[in-house]
Design a protein. Structure first.
Lengths: 386, 395
């Protein structure tokens, strides 16, 4: 009977406890015991608080430790490669959706060195603004995205550039049909200039116009496609970016023949891949992949003849291709000894990579110029593999 | 009675564990401790990880030379200015577009909102279509519509559309003559201020007279005459000191004059038109929320429809309208960060550039969050004050 026992009538709270089958726990005797154990109860609360704080500290320590990049890459079975959102010749998806270009091929070369298979790469398209954060946070393993090597990026940003896969310089492109009289960048005072935000290009532009006492209206966008669209629509008179980029972008415009690239080069833009600081092994693998591409070209090892070259009489070629007896060059680096063979089989040597993507074998038709090997008067020079 | 017995015994079972007050204090302390340790953990973890990744941190970078140019600058800024100043330039641009956007959206919103309640079939339908179209399109698309769909298809600078008073319209923006203030032109703003002060005084006197005698005075036309007439008089008296700098054709663009860039225009128009659709609905709801008897009583007292709306219905509707209006103002301000899509240098865009040039991602994002939070809190503080002022005061 619900109302025989007076205790049930003290209120909703007590009734609820009885209903929940917890009445026995709250008899008067138990309450008195609890009163006596008041201090013990406080101790329990304190203990809980301490253990929560301790757990938080433990979580912190657990998150601070991490595996090496090579181990992580091997465990997941592919390399995550940060590329541009689409720049012809460097990294752009083709009509089948496969990424093509020097930057994309460089990641394939690293994958070939690590896995012996150049296809084990996944590409992450990054805007200029996203690229460094993506690398710093570990979202990508290599940033191979026509990125200029500067001291600030090597120090304050915590990156390590591995080398210069393409020596570039900043230039200007105009629509010659709309501006027939202009044939030098020094005539550009008062122009509206389209530029991508957060790039070294943006800084060089400001410096160049300031140094030559010229005025300009910056028209700045975050994404390359937005800059292209604004220039094509006539929002600005001039497009400025790396010269190689200008040639690539010209192909995507409505009427490529109307546009000319002005002769002035206003900056040094050494473009190359970068990795995170603090992992020397990974840094060395990526750096020596770049050198291996150059050494292969210098020694005449190509995609077509690499298997014959393994039996070459030259001790140097045999050493580079890992055919020397008891060689440890590859394993010391953290990859297999036939790593150079794998690289060349996947993407060819540096010269082949250049010709296929930006050189004579591509729609861009850019001459090797300063990107030729040092033996042919260019700047590309690699330390020996020995 | 048994129940009384239990109640009387209450003080004796004063176990701290069962004391609701102690319990609630304990749980509140526990939540605060968890929150503080959680925040401390995030901050500490971030600092440790940044150090491990060899990434510089701290806010010292704000004093570094920016090196990049910004297209729209309300304060003096060159590439030699600091990163901190670049962020301030962006902040001012955000405030400008938010301020003019809020004013325009409010005006359009009130007109359309009242228009939706019009007895005129055509006006009512036009306003309904406006609201339904703009309310149901994402703001980013509205911005692109104005930028790529309207302003980008205007002619190139060489074939600019000539507008009256030496103004031009082309795809690079809207150019109009800029006033150059010569000697003695200080008299004009003084005239304007005196005009405004006198208009206010006249309005007060007229109100007092109407209260006392019931006679009305044409306040609106008198004020208009004072506010426009006095500066004009000052202009004539000081010997026509203002000249105009007209935009002229040069190699690339029109030079001289004052230019409103298409990036600003499209952002401003898109935000105004988008938010106005919401404000229109709020205004309509406010007016519908005023009992029908109020307007019937006003017409019984002999007020015309316009007077009834202005003097009886809208003041009561404002009490319903103001709180949701504040949310729309906050929305407009925050939506202005979509400027980045069309390259208007607002706070998000310039801070984003600073982030990218310095690599100080955490710091820049914190700066942006703090600034947007401050703008929003100040706006809602102002709207709360305005709401309290407009609230019904019972006598």
């Amino acid at each position: 009977m619900p109302f025989v026992n007076g205790r049930r009538r003290v209120g909703y709270d007590a009734g609820f406890r009885v209903w929940a089958g917890m009445g026995a726990a709250f008899t008067r005797e138990k309450i008195r015991v609890c009163l006596k154990n008041r201090e013990k109860g406080l101790w329990v609360m304190k203990h809980i608080a301490i253990s929560i704080l301790g757990a938080a500290t433990l979580g912190l320590m657990a998150s601070a430790a991490s595996a090496t990049t090579l181990d992580t890459v091997k465990a997941k079975g592919f390399i995550q490669c940060g590329v541009s959102t689409g720049l012809a010749g460097f990294s752009a998806p083709d009509d089948k959706g496969d990424w093509q270009g020097i930057d994309a091929d460089f990641c394939r070369a690293v994958a070939a060195a690590v896995f012996g298979d150049g296809t084990k790469v996944k590409f992450t398209p990054l805007s200029a603004k996203e690229r460094f954060t993506a690398l710093q946070s570990g979202e990508v393993d290599i940033l191979s995205r026509n990125t200029t090597w500067t001291i600030n990026r090597d120090t304050a940003l915590g990156l390590n550039f591995v080398g210069t896969t393409y020596y570039d310089g900043q230039g200007f492109m105009i629509n010659a049909k709309k501006l027939p009289g202009v044939n030098s960048a020094l005539q550009l005072s008062g122009a509206a200039v389209c530029v991508q935000s957060g790039t070294t290009t943006e800084l060089n532009l400001a410096d160049y116009f300031k140094a030559n006492k010229m005025e300009y209206n910056p028209v700045v966008f975050e994404k390359l496609e937005e800059v292209n669209a604004a220039y094509d629509a006539g929002r600005c008179d001039v497009y400025t970016t790396d010269q190689s980029g200008l040639y690539g972008i010209r192909l995507t415009l409505g009427a490529p023949a109307d546009h000319v690239v002005l002769p002035e080069i206003i900056s040094k833009e050494p473009l190359g891949p970068a990795v995170r600081q603090g992992d020397d092994q990974w840094y060395h693998i990526v750096k020596w992949t770049y050198f291996a591409l150059l050494d292969a070209e210098e020694l005449g090892i190509t995609k077509a003849n690499v298997d014959e070259m393994k039996n070459s009489a030259s001790p140097e070629i045999k050493r580079v291709l890992g055919q020397e007896a008891d060689t440890k060059i590859g394993t010391d680096l953290g990859v297999s000894n036939d790593w150079v063979v794998n690289i060349v089989k996947a993407v060819g040597n540096y010269g082949e990579m250049f010709d296929r993507n930006v050189g004579s074998g591509s729609p861009l038709k850019i001459a090797r110029g300063i990107n030729a090997l040092w033996t042919k008067g260019g700047l590309q020079y690699a330390p020996p593999i020995r | 009675m048994a129940s009384q017995e239990v109640l009387r015994e209450e003080p004796s079972r004063a176990s701290l564990i069962n004391d609701p007050k102690v319990r609630s204090i304990f749980y509140q302390c526990l939540v605060v401790a968890l929150l503080v340790s959680g925040v401390w953990w995030i901050v500490h973890n971030t600092i440790v990880n940044l150090t491990n990744l060899h990434i510089a941190s701290g806010f010292a970078f704000l004093r570094g030379r920016a090196g990049f140019d910004i297209s729209d600058t309300a304060i003096a800024y060159t590439s030699d200015s600091t990163y901190g100043r670049a962020i301030i330039v962006g902040l001012i641009n955000t405030l400008i577009v938010a301020f003019v956007g809020i004013i325009t959206a409010t005006i359009i919103g009130f007109i359309v909102g009242i228009g939706r309640l019009s007895k005129n079939w055509l006006i009512q339908k036009i306003c309904t279509v406006y609201v339904e179209v703009f309310r149901n399109i994402p703001p980013l698309l509205v911005i692109f519509f104005w930028y790529s769909g309207v302003l980008a298809v205007l002619p190139a600078p060489r074939d600019s559309i000539n507008l009256p008073f030496g103004s031009f319209l082309n795809q690079r923006g809207f150019y109009f003559p800029r006033a150059v203030w010569g000697d003695g032109s200080w008299l004009i703003p003084v005239g304007l201020l005196v005009g405004i002060a006198m208009a206010w005084f006249v309005a007060r006197k007229a109100h007092q007279r109407q209260m006392a005698t019931g006679q009305q005075f044409p306040v609106f036309w008198t004020s208009l005459a004072l506010i426009i007439g006095l500066p004009l008089l000052a202009y004539v008296l000081s010997g026509f000191p203002v000249t105009f700098d007209f935009p002229k054709q040069s190699t690339f663009n029109l030079t001289g004059g004052f230019v409103v860039k298409p990036e600003f225009l499209s952002l401003y128009l898109a935000l105004s038109f988008y938010t106005a659709a919401f404000i229109a609905e709020i205004v309509r709801a406010g007016i519908r929320g005023v009992a029908k008897g109020q307007s019937e009583a006003s017409s019984a007292l002999g007020l015309r429809a316009g007077q009834a709306l202005r003097l009886v219905v809208v003041p009561q509707a404002m009490r319903i309208v103001i709180p949701p209006l504040a949310s729309q103002y906050l929305n407009l301000t925050k939506n202005s960060s979509l400027a980045i899509a069309i390259g208007y240098p607002d706070l998000t865009a310039t801070t984003g550039t600073v982030l990218n040039q310095t690599g100080q991602a955490v710091e820049c994002v914190v700066i942006m969050m703090v600034i947007y939070l401050a703008i929003s809190l100040l706006t809602s503080l102002f709207m709360n004050w305005f709401n309290a002022k407009m609230a019904l005061v019972e006598r």
